[in-house]
Design a protein around this ligand. Structure first.
Ligand code: ARG
Length: 559
């Protein structure tokens, strides 16, 4: 008996069926104001409208049929015909003491996220994908999915032919280059390619050697990939993400499947030749000029591009990984790409499960433009994260009884993650460290502090019988009611893939907690009241800790 809301919804729906012959969806919602009880429904207004009867009469009929005495106080009819329900304190207490747990839903979800590109720095867009993707994986697992992570690293394409040829031309051993060295190598090879026809020919045949598996070429390419992955892993370690090396299934992994992708699409009659390239023209996809937009599956030089790899990846995820749902956490600029890939994969009958592009906005600098270094380059993520940790460290100056370095890391990184997760992911946001590490407002540190303060209070409480037993004060009722909504909130995030809903919920909990502190003494109260309030604090601490954990944010015991 933990999720009260679905039980009440079922009962109200049954009352509608008994009174009016149809089981309506009661659309029961949390009340907007305490004087409207705990839950509200506008069902009587909707039925009244549909049947042409006065809503208040309809409400009276519904309430007469409604059987909720075991859970609620007497239902009330308010205003034009709203039905307000107030839970009995005992109902609320039981719901808090026995939170809803999820079991396996028997479904597998594949989550494609992070996806940086080899031989390039990770940029803030990859940071967003990593943070959002990690949080979604945690949430999906929590509600019962079997989660498979796929880091679709960009590690394939013509640029590697150029870079390898440049290495050979310069007589440099691949082993001597770090990520920055690779980035510069790329720039030199690009210039060389554009200026020197002989080099361009050599670079092209180097791509063929790479794609057909020439050992020497592959070894040099492998080195570039490894150097890059080592560097990405430094950022992952700082962030504390759950991504492992084994989750890397880059574009190159699909190389051998690409000819089959083309063959099968061709057999299905989905490809057209256009200027030597093999393309799919899908109904409804047009450019600005009204011309049909192609998915280029094989380029005119015979090479395969980004789209071909993604088509092969869809097939792999459905057929080999047995995905029941596929989620792509990639910035909003690729919306059209995914729309076309999903449409083509469905047309080819390769994709028969939901595929969702979890799109997100751009990280902006203080000037409101996409976040770059002063020189216009990519901001190094490791340095950015270190500066967040330094801010947090300054904030903690003078605190006693904490492990300063560990706590500063948890707070600094938590602040960055929370800022990324707490606004609707479709929005752009300004990377503003001062605002992120603030201890007040809807920030990570504010929630972490609420958790740490509760931990300290509980450590002083001494042993008490557990379980909430009485809820007399409206402030404790409000807090308890919010706590009962945790599972439903997480479920909602798993459905909508919008982590900000969980952030808003946790912020509401922390805000209700501070009102509770003001209205309800805990340690200085007596007897059953004291024990029950301590139990409420314990339950609140667990919700904050679990919620932050799902967001990928640490909850230090002291700060
Ligand atoms: N590596 C790409 C980029 O940095 C993102 C890859 C997204 N995932 C995918 N399956 N296409 O833009």
């Amino acid at each position: 008996m933990s999720a009260v809301l679905p039980v009440l919804s079922t009962r109200l729906s049954a009352a509608a069926a008994a009174a009016f012959g149809t089981p309506y969806d009661p659309e029961l919602r949390s009340s907007t104001k305490p004087e409207f009880g705990h839950y509200q429904s506008n069902l009587a207004l909707r039925i009244g409208n549909a049947l042409g009867r006065p809503p208040r009469d309809v409400a009276a009929r519904l309430v007469a049929e409604l059987q909720v005495d075991d859970l609620c106080e007497t239902p009330e009819i308010a205003g034009p015909g709203f039905i307000n329900l107030t839970l009995r304190p005992s109902t609320l207490a039981r719901a808090v003491n026995d939170p809803q747990a999820f079991t396996s839903n028997g479904q597998r979800v594949v989550v494609d996220y992070s996806q940086p590109n080899v031989a390039k720095q990770m940029h803030v867009g990859h940071l967003r994908s990593t943070v959002i993707g990690d949080a979604l994986c945690n949430v999906l697992r929590f509600v019962g999915y079997d989660v498979v992570r796929q880091n679709h690293v960009g590690d394939w394409g013509t640029q590697y032919g150029m870079m390898i040829e440049q290495l050979l031309a310069e007589g440099i051993a691949a082993e001597t280059l770090d990520l920055e060295g690779l980035q510069h190598l790329y720039e030199r090879s690009r210039k060389h390619f554009d200026a020197d026809g002989t080099f361009a020919v050599a670079a092209r045949s180097r791509v063929v050697a790479l794609q057909s598996g020439d050992p020497e070429t592959r070894a040099m390419w492998r080195h570039m990939v490894d150097v890059s992955l080592d560097d990405f892993e430094k950022v992952y370690a700082l962030l504390g993400t759950n991504l492992q090396r084994t989750d890397v299934v880059g574009e190159s992994a699909y190389n051998d499947d690409l000819p089959r992708v083309v063959e099968d699409l061709e057999q299905a009659g989905l490809l057209t030749e256009s200027d030597g390239a093999l393309c799919a023209f899908l109904p409804g996809f047009q450019g600005r000029d009204g011309d049909p937009l192609p998915v280029i599956v094989r380029k005119s030089d015979g090479g395969f591009g980004y789209s071909a790899t993604d088509l092969a990846a869809v097939r792999h995820r459905v057929n080999t990984l047995h995905a029941d749902r596929i989620v792509y956490v990639v910035d909003h600029r690729q919306a059209l790409h995914f729309d076309m890939i999903f449409t083509l994969a469905r047309a080819a009958h390769w994709l028969d499960v939901p595929a969702e592009h979890v799109s997100f906005g751009t990280v902006l600098g203080p000037n409101g433009k996409p976040f770059k270094t002063r020189e216009g380059g990519t901001v190094k993520l490791a340095e950015l994260l270190e500066s967040a940790v330094a801010r947090a460290d300054a904030l903690l100056a003078g605190r006693e009884g904490i492990d300063r370095a560990t706590t500063a890391r948890a707070v600094g990184i938590g602040a960055v993650k929370y800022a990324d997760l707490s606004s609707d992911r479709g929005n752009d946001y300004v990377f503003d460290l001062d605002r992120m590490v603030a201890m007040t407002g809807n920030t990570g540190p504010y929630l972490q502090y609420a958790h740490a303060r509760l931990t300290r209070l509980l450590s002083k409480a001494g042993p008490v019988a557990d379980g909430v037993t009485e809820l007399k004060d409206p402030a404790e009722q409000r807090l308890a009611l919010l706590l009962t909504g945790f599972a439903a909130t997480v479920q909602q995030v798993a459905e909508t893939l919008q982590p900000h809903r969980l952030c808003t919920y946790l912020y509401d909990v922390a805000s209700a907690l501070s009102v509770f502190y003001e209205q309800c003494p805990v340690l200085s109260s007596d007897g059953e009241t004291r024990a029950s309030r301590i139990a409420l604090c314990t339950a609140t601490r667990k919700v904050l800790q679990d919620g932050l954990g799902l967001l990928g944010i640490e909850a230090p015991d002291a700060m």
